[in-house]
Structure formats: structure tokens, C-alpha cells
Design a protein around this ligand. Structure first.
Ligand SMILES: C[S@@+](CC[C@H](N)C(=O)[O-])C[C@H]1O[C@@H](n2cnc3c(N)ncnc32)[C@H](O)[C@@H]1O
Length: 269
């Protein structure tokens, strides 16, 4: 498998819930922020299923999405069936963008740069293809408190079995927020940076829905462990969850946020 996302494309959106009203709110925020006109050109490297950008594409803005994974982009094409749009989708590597310098008014990424072997190179490519007055938006919609608390015992079971078989973790994306690191790099490169909370909402999920994310092996935690380690950890984690929460119907909730690190005057430097 060249890209793990090829394999999880059909489960991607359902395992990363972003309510429609919230993604519309995020789109409103982005369009206001960049003072979009009907001709504002957008680029999203690692567009995936369009989980973030779908509402912007749907509103007809000229939008270019690139991704290494055809199945992820196929999900987006399917969602857009029958909806007029000005989307160009290209299968390519974000480490080397096939666009001339100074092409786009706005570039945005959501949870993509960490997938690259060298995220600074991906960032340099984005800077290169942005117009001098272009705006870069690094979006983050990270795990909530209830999601982190829910997966903590699974992480512990994984660590236990991992050390038992003395297996090295398989290579996979390093899942970490860029947050302050991103702010520092962009600032050092001359950008004026602000962090905006585009949306804040209460995310509610049942224990069953949360368990399904791991049953479907739909997040990074599941694919960095060797298969036998993951199976053993799940065999412990599922009964543990039933005992701890009482039922798969129990609802857990906490505050979710969609944050955007906005870089102005970055590409002109
Ligand atoms: C975590 S997903 C994010 C998808 C989407 N941006 C979102 O908001 O949910 C990461 C995406 O980056 C893509 N990707 C991974 N490595 C890539 C690369 N080298 N070049 C382009 N896209 C890549 C994956 O196929 C996947 O669609």
C-alpha cells in the first residue's frame, strides 16, 4: 500500500466527525478572513475527501486540490456529484507542487504536513506557489478531551504488547500538532501570524462510535503498531471499555475546536 489513506478513504469522514453546520461555519470564517471574491483562487495540498474544503468548493470558488491518494479524492468527487463547481483535482506529491510560482491567492492545509517526509519542504512549496499577497491557512481540528481520554487505555495496551514482542513501530505519519512550532517557523520566515478559532462546538459520541474508529483501524494509532500487537491490544481494550462505560450506547462529550493559524505577508518575503 503506497498510502494508508488509500485504504481508509471510505471510512475517513465517518471516523472524523465534523458536523455540516460546523464545516459551513468554518467556510464562512475562511471566506471572511481572506476577503474572498468569486475569483479568489484556492489551493489545498492533501485535500483528501474535502472534509474541510467541501463547503468552499460547493460555493463555486476556483479551487485546486492535490493529493497523493486517488481513493481519497474519489470520495470528494462522489460528494460533489450534481453540484456545479470549479474544482481541479490532481494526484501529485505535496513535496513538489506542479504549479508556477505566484499562482494562488489562498493556500490551506488541514492535518497534511505531518504526512510528508520533510514538512518544511511542503511548506516551502506552498510559499512558492502563493501570490505575494497570498494568505496561508494551517487548519487544525485536533482530538477532544473525551477522545483523548477514551484512547488512553488503548495506548497503554499497545505499549504493553509492543514491548512484549519487542517489535519496532511500523513507519507511519507522526501524529502531532504543529501549533506553536508552525507559528514560530512562519514568523521566522517573515509572516504576520494570528491564530483564530473558527468554530467551537460540543462533540458528542457514543462509546460504540468511538470503538468503531479503532475497529476500522481508521486512525494513525492503529497502523503504527504491528498487526499482532494491535489485535492483542484491541482484545483487551474492547472488554475494558464495556466494563468501564457499561454499554456501547453511553454518550461521551467534550468541546471541539477548529483552529486556523493564519499567515499574512509570508510569500512576499
Ligand atoms: C489527515 S488527511 C487530511 C485530509 C483533509 N485535508 C482533511 O481536512 O481532512 C491527510 C491527507 O494528505 C494526503 N497525503 C499524504 N501524503 C501526501 C503527499 N506526500 N502529497 C499529497 N498528499 C498527501 C493523504 O492522502 C490524505 O488525504
Amino acid at each position: 500500500m503506497s498510502n494508508y489513506y488509500d485504504w481508509i478513504a471510505d471510512r475517513y469522514d465517518v471516523t472524523r466527525p465534523l458536523p455540516t453546520s460546523i464545516s459551513e461555519q468554518v467556510a464562512d470564517c475562511i471566506l471572511n478572513l481572506v476577503k474572498a471574491t468569486p475569483e479568489t483562487t484556492f489551493l489545498e495540498p492533501g485535500i483528501g475527501t474535502g472534509r474541510t474544503s467541501f463547503p468552499i468548493i460547493k460555493r463555486g470558488y476556483p479551487f485546486t486540490g492535490i493529493d497523493i491518494s486517488p481513493p481519497m479524492m474519489a470520495q470528494l468527487r462522489q460528494k460533489l456529484q450534481g453540484i456545479p463547481n470549479r474544482l481541479t483535482l490532481i494526484q501529485t506529491d505535496a513535496s513538489s507542487l506542479p504549479f508556477a510560482d505566484n499562482t494562488f491567492d489562498v493556500a490551506m492545509t488541514t492535518h497534511m504536513l505531518h504526512c510528508l517526509p520533510n514538512w518544511l519542504q511542503g511548506l516551502a512549496e506552498i510559499r512558492r506557489v502563493l501570490k505575494p499577497k497570498g494568505i496561508y491557512l494551517a487548519c487544525e481540528n485536533l482530538l477532544t478531551e473525551h477522545q483523548k481520554a477514551f484512547e488512553k487505555p488503548l495506548r497503554e495496551f499497545l505499549a504493553l504488547y509492543q514491548s512484549e514482542v519487542k517489535a519496532l513501530p511500523q513507519e507511519g505519519p507522526r501524529l502531532r500538532p504543529f501549533g506553536q512550532e508552525m507559528v514560530q517557523v512562519l514568523t521566522e520566515q517573515g509572516a504576520t501570524v494570528e491564530i483564530i478559532t473558527a468554530a467551537r462546538w460540543r462533540l458528542e459520541q457514543t462509546v460504540g462510535e468511538l470503538l468503531n474508529v479503532y475497529r476500522m483501524k481508521a486512525v494513525g494509532l492503529c497502523w503504527t503498531a504491528p498487526d499482532q500487537v494491535f489485535s492483542k491490544a484491541m482484545a483487551k481494550f474492547i472488554p475494558w471499555s464495556h466494563e468501564n462505560y457499561g454499554s456501547e450506547d453511553v454518550r461521551l462529550a467534550s468541546e471541539a475546536t477548529f483552529e486556523i493559524t493564519v499567515a499574512h505577508n509570508w510569500a512576499s518575503g
